[in-house]
Design a protein around this ligand. Structure first.
Ligand SMILES: [Zn+2]
Length: 262
């Protein structure tokens, strides 16, 4: 396929294959809701039949074109892929077979497509969620002495993280890019937003203090703040798969309600 597919036909081929893809149905329902074509969309996976009907009903309309355009140009990189195909076919890029997963392959596995998998996620989907979260980076910050911060992967965090300076276990797990949260915590005079951010960080810290790494894993999931992390942890799931299943469910909830793709 890499050597025989005409790069000029790529967009048409992708467009055809999208017709059965959940990603298009999902986008279609979002766009339709935005256009007001749907009064209210309950984007549940159990509604697969409804989404197929929606696709049939809207094909050829501006709503459909807009959803297709969004998927083709915002979520996929068709032009870049065509360039790569061209480079493979004229010998500028070599195709090699390796026996393990490559960094690009791993990236593809965890780029969020598990969010689009059927509702009753199977074990491999759950494993992908787990791998993605354990690979994510998190910033640990000591709320007791304010003198320690450390960026690391979720997977490498100790079961009960502790500040090496003061020994406190009141450690917040923060988004590693959220410098403004640390500014907020450390600000002497806080505005309303900073008060909120500080309160959230303290709630996250209490959760980590009482539940250790499990809290950090939950907090690292997409769209899971201290409130939902606490809810997930308080279910006290004994088996790990059920725990990650709850996390995935929460991420899906977030994907439905937020404009996850923007
Ligand atoms: Zn400390």
């Amino acid at each position: 396929m890499l050597e025989d597919t005409d790069p000029d036909h790529l967009e048409a081929i992708v467009e055809l294959s999208l017709k059965n893809a959940d990603v298009l149905k999902f986008r279609l329902a979002q766009v339709a809701a935005k256009f007001g074509a749907l009064k209210r969309w309950r984007g549940s996976g159990s509604n697969r039949f409804g989404r197929d009907r929606l696709l049939e009903a809207l094909e050829g309309t501006p709503v459909y074109d807009e959803a297709l355009r969004a998927v083709l140009h915002e979520e996929l990189a068709v032009e870049r892929t065509a360039e790569i195909l061209t480079a493979i076919q004229d010998g500028r890029i070599e195709v090699a077979t390796v026996g393990e997963r490559t960094p690009i392959g791993r990236g593809g596995r965890s780029s969020g497509q598990e969010l689009l998998a059927p509702e009753n996620a199977d074990a491999s989907v759950i494993r992908t969620v787990k791998e993605r979260i354990l690979d994510d980076r998190i910033l640990l910050y000591c709320l007791h002495c304010n003198g320690w911060r450390s960026k690391r992967t979720v997977g490498s965090v100790a079961d009960q993280p502790e500040c090496p300076n003061c020994g406190s276990t009141h450690v917040a797990a923060l988004n590693p890019w959220a410098d403004e949260v640390i500014d907020a915590i450390e600000a002497e005079e806080k505005d309303d937003e900073q008060e909120k951010q500080t309160e959230r960080a303290y709630r996250a810290g209490s959760l980590v203090q009482s539940h250790g790494k499990q809290a950090i894993i939950a907090l690292a999931a997409r769209g899971v703040g201290p409130h939902n992390a606490a809810r997930i942890i308080n279910k006290l799931r004994e088996d790990e798969e059920a725990f990650y299943r709850d996390i995935l469910e929460q991420e899906r909830q977030y994907a439905r309600t937020q404009s996850f793709w923007d």
